[in-house]
Design a binder for this molecule. Structure first.
Ligand code: UT7
Length: 307
């Protein structure tokens, strides 16, 4: 039994916030932010619901299906608009869906956790699932804290996953979590995101490399055969360190964080769709998706897109 990625869609707010703009109110600079992170600008605005609806509708249109064709909606987010109910039901309602819907919080690995959950549902009777990664992180940023304000941003990405008894686009998927690291990157109720950046950086490279190596082995695909790496977009230096250790050239990595910053659950679908729009995703070629985030959580998978 298999899983096919049938369509993709993304959404970002119109409002662009440049490093220079942040430098007007924070003790930082375009030079520091770009050198240390690779980020030049980010999009700020909307809500998790509004961005998720837009990305979700675009994924449905791209897949050539309607709201009625979907029998489960999964929303990966670490910035739900309300504690209860889930933002997933709000998105499903606005999209005109009456299927089950729920949120998944696995931080920046959330989209891949959503894909894994969808895979399980597809293997047990569902036909088509909308997986959305959407974030309104700017709501949970202390805009006077330069440590977080320069990194986090808003956005959404979505995909339609379909059951196919004859083949699969998803060749492997390795997930992990280590709750002993929960305080390294956290946002308390009514609080703001706080992070031990250095320690997150160190661990991120390790878990991305280890889980990617396992995902490659599980798929029986070598690093040389990977045409494209779609990494979580947190820091260009993490991406560089990880692909180098994996023996994959940086030219094969998709980087959109210069334009979008760190959009957590949305960053992998945002990066994938950007690569697709730019003609970099070729049917039949292998791609490695890999992410890590608060938890810590991590997720790596090998796909071969058939569309
Ligand atoms: O998706 C979630 C996962 N999160 C991440 O992946 C984040 C992982 N960590 C990182 O990306 C990096 O650790 C950061 C970008 C957060 C920080 O980069 P760094 O190279 O580790 O810098 P640092 O924390 O060691 O700070 C170096 C200096 C410090 O000053 P001193 O002590 O050397 O005088 C900081 O106070 O840079 C200072 N600094 C800043 N300066 C200008 C910290 N933030 C800023 C800033 N602008 N925004």
């Amino acid at each position: 039994m298999g899983v096919r990625f049938r369509g993709w869609g993304i959404a970002v707010p119109d409002r662009v916030v440049t490093n220079d703009e942040l430098s007007q109110t924070l003790d930082t600079s375009d030079e520091w932010i770009f050198e240390r992170t690779g980020i030049r600008e980010r999009r700020i605005g909307g809500t998790t619901q509004s961005l998720g609806v837009l990305a979700g509708q675009r994924a449905l249109d791209d897949a050539g299906c309607t709201a009625d064709d979907v029998d489960f909606l999964l929303l990966a987010t670490s910035s739900p608009d309300r504690i209860c109910p889930s933002t997933a039901v709000l998105i499903a309602n606005e999209l005109g869906m009456s299927c089950p819907a729920m949120d998944i919080n696995a931080a920046c690995s959330g989209f891949m956790y959503g894909v894994r959950t969808a895979q399980g549902l597809l293997e047990t009777g569902s036909q088509r699932i909308l997986v959305v990664g959407a974030e309104h992180l700017s709501r949970w940023v202390d805009w006077s804290d330069r440590n977080m304000a320069v990194l986090l941003a808003d956005g959404a990405g979505a995909t339609v996953l379909e059951h196919d008894p004859d083949g699969t686009d998803l060749l492997s998927l390795v997930l992990g979590a280590d709750g002993s690291a929960a305080d390294l990157l956290t946002c308390q109720h009514e609080g703001y995101f706080q992070m031990n950046g250095k320690e997150v950086f160190r661990r991120a490279v390790r878990v991305v490399v280890e889980s990617s190596q396992k995902a490659l082995a599980d798929a029986d695909v070598s690093a040389d055969e990977i045409s494209l790496v779609i990494p979580h977009q947190a820091n260009i230096r993490i991406i560089q360190a990880a692909v180098q250790r994996l023996g994959i050239g940086m030219e094969r990595a998709v980087v959109v964080l210069d334009r979008y910053g760190n959009t957590s659950s949305a960053s992998i679908p945002l990066a994938f769709d950007d690569a697709r729009q730019n003609g970099r995703v070729k049917a039949g070629e292998y791609a490695l998706m890999t992410g890590f985030g608060a938890g810590m959580t991590w997720a790596s998978g090998v796909i071969r897109w058939s569309k």
